[in-house]
Design a protein around this ligand. Structure first.
Ligand code: NAD
Length: 239
């Protein structure tokens, strides 16, 4: 089995890499699920919703401000760097659920952010969008139109940016290999991407220390962390 998967990887014209919070865990950025998913005793999963935001926008802004401090002081780990180096060998598209920008900082050129970015803000009502240069003194910040500003991220229950999602589907449906690293594959619709790849007869490889709900559908599962696995995988196959 491993030889077969190795050959598929070696001869792949397009590799799509689907990543989640786990790929940044070794850069010191906590995941949402498990013991790390708590902030000041709040459940991170419950804070990342529009209802939590409207209940207490100041609290959610404080949470994002703290996450930004953590993310800006983090550096890409060996997993992000190995993925960026993969571009030397074939077309690579990264479909990330992360909002931390670490793939881009590692040098990856083709990254689609399915769930937005922690450095962008937008208005809750009008179409204002901008990069956040400095943290605001007064929270929550207000838009010129008089409504509350929010992080430009996709919260649980919200739709993905349509243009990004359409591109993600096109790439997933046309790749030869999909590597799924550091995601529990429980967040929809990102967790449907491997199904589109499988329909194109792509080889699916999962990198995750834990079993996921889709592990049994993979052609190969590697039960280790992405910073351990990705550099070795690439050296072994391409160098
Ligand atoms: P998740 O928290 O549901 O699952 C994380 C997965 O990563 C788990 O399956 C875990 O076993 C695995 N994992 C943990 N450490 C790992 C490692 N070192 N190497 C490889 N895998 C590891 O994350 P998710 O599936 O991305 O879904 C949660 C949502 O949380 C997403 O929407 C995402 O936007 C958001 N989120 C993003 C960040 C970030 O930008 N870094 C951080 C936390 C949450």
């Amino acid at each position: 089995m491993f030889e077969l998967v190795k050959n598929k990887l070696k001869n792949a014209k397009k590799i799509v890499i689907v990543t989640g919070a786990g790929i940044s865990q070794e850069s010191g950025i906590p995941t949402f699920r498990g013991k790390d998913g708590l902030w000041r005793n709040y459940d991170a999963m419950k804070l990342a919703t529009i209802d939590a935001f409207y209940d207490d926008p100041k609290l959610v802004w404080e949470w994002y401000a703290e996450r930004r401090t953590n993310i800006f002081s983090a550096i890409p780990n060996a997993g992000h760097i190995a993925i960026a180096q993969l571009e030397k060998y074939c077309d690579v598209v990264i479909l990330t659920q992360n909002i931390d920008g670490l793939h881009q900082r590692a040098g990856s050129n083709n990254v689609l952010e399915l769930h937005g970015s922690i450095v962008r803000i937008k208005c809750t009502v009008c179409d204002f969008v901008d990069d956040l240069i400095n943290e605001f003194n007064n929270l929550p910040p207000m838009c010129k139109c008089g409504n509350i500003l929010r992080p430009d991220v996709v919260w649980f229950g919200e739709s993905l940016p349509q243009d990004v999602w359409e591109k993600a589907l096109i790439h997933s449906s046309s790749c030869d290999v999909m590597i799924i690293a550091g995601t529990s594959l429980v967040v929809s619709p990102a967790n449907t991407l491997p199904i589109f790849a499988k329909e194109n007869d792509a080889t699916l490889i999962e990198v995750n220390p834990e079993e996921t709900i889709m592990s049994k559908d993979m052609d190969l599962t590697i039960r280790d962390t992405s910073a351990n696995v990705m550099p070795n995988l690439i050296t072994e196959i391409f160098e």
